[in-house]
Design a protein around this ligand. Sequence first.
Ligand code: 3HC
Length: 333
Amino acid sequence: MYSTDLRTDTEKKAQAVTASEDAALWEAFQKRIDAGDIIEAKDAMPEKYRATLVRQISQHAHSEIVGMLPEGNWVTRAPSLKRKLILLAKIQDEAGHGLYLYSAAETLGRSRDDMVADLLSGKAKFSTIFTYPTPTWADIGTVGWLVDGAAIVNQIPLCRCSYGPYARAMVRVCKEESFHQRQGYEIVTTMARGAPEQKAMAQESLNRMWWPSLMMFGPSDAASLHSSQNMKWNIKRHSNDVLRQRFIDATVPQAEILGLTIPDPDLVWNKEREAYDFGEINWDEFWAVLKDGGQCGKSRLRARRAAHDNGTWVREAAGAYAKKHKTRVGKAA
Ligand code: 3HC
């Protein structure tokens, strides 16, 4: 419906020709990347760079949008009006993140309608973390603390990604994620310092959410398909394992402050590495969730499809208004 692809038709045609991936284009492009240049929407770029960005940014946008669902589940049951307002604001932020990201991906020539169609048909991926259920209020705390915490660790380096529109979108996203992480940690703190039943609920949530949060960083470096090329292009600045380790090292002391136990018997501080050693991630579970959507993947998509259908009239009304506005402006000119 709307597009932020900034290129004119002539520019698109010219780039389709240069996108024949000739060696000269690749070499010149890599030189720009190695020099730390920021690539903008109208710049020539190898089609593979464009395609991998559309893939990553659109998956990221879908994750933000689908990520609203497990939290939306708790809006009517938040324990106080204040909690409800904060949760609503957070969910609204996630919608905004989805919109910035779809807009950033559109600058690469893929329409938002197409990307959304891929999500709704089940073709496109979204983060595995959102296929896990949020059955207790403590999960809203844990989602903020761990899931938004992991998102920050993963996304701060993306503020320096080589593609300008994505990098700029990430600056605001990260600031807002930082607020989300704190609100989640504050909920868990309240519960961990509350009645024994509240603390038990926080611990139970941590037990369920810990390992799926580690999986958010993607497969191990050895199994990652895209990492090495993406790092060469400065899309990713660090590998999946490096960021996962960074998250663990930052989060374990936070759990200790709360008196909660990370559900990993192999977790131990390694003095030589100055980092935590940790247990084996269940990669079979990760790949199975990616393949079949895990516990809630299908219901999340059903909810998104229903929301999309229910919003048809809004899109139609906005389209009609835009058309009317254009005609009025045309007449006035
Ligand atoms: N969930 C779903 N798919 C995942 C995944 C996960 N946790 N981790 C990896 N994958 C997918 C990849 O997308 C890729 O699939 P594809 O080839 O079909 O596209 C495949 O598994 C192989 O993984 P790679 O490591 O080779 O893939 P990448 O190099 O793209 O790295 C990534 C994966 C680390 C997720 C990277 O794409 C990335 O940093 N993306 C940006 C951040 C993002 O999307 N975050 C979503 C988190 S949710 C969020 O931010 C919402 C907030 O409110 C909490």
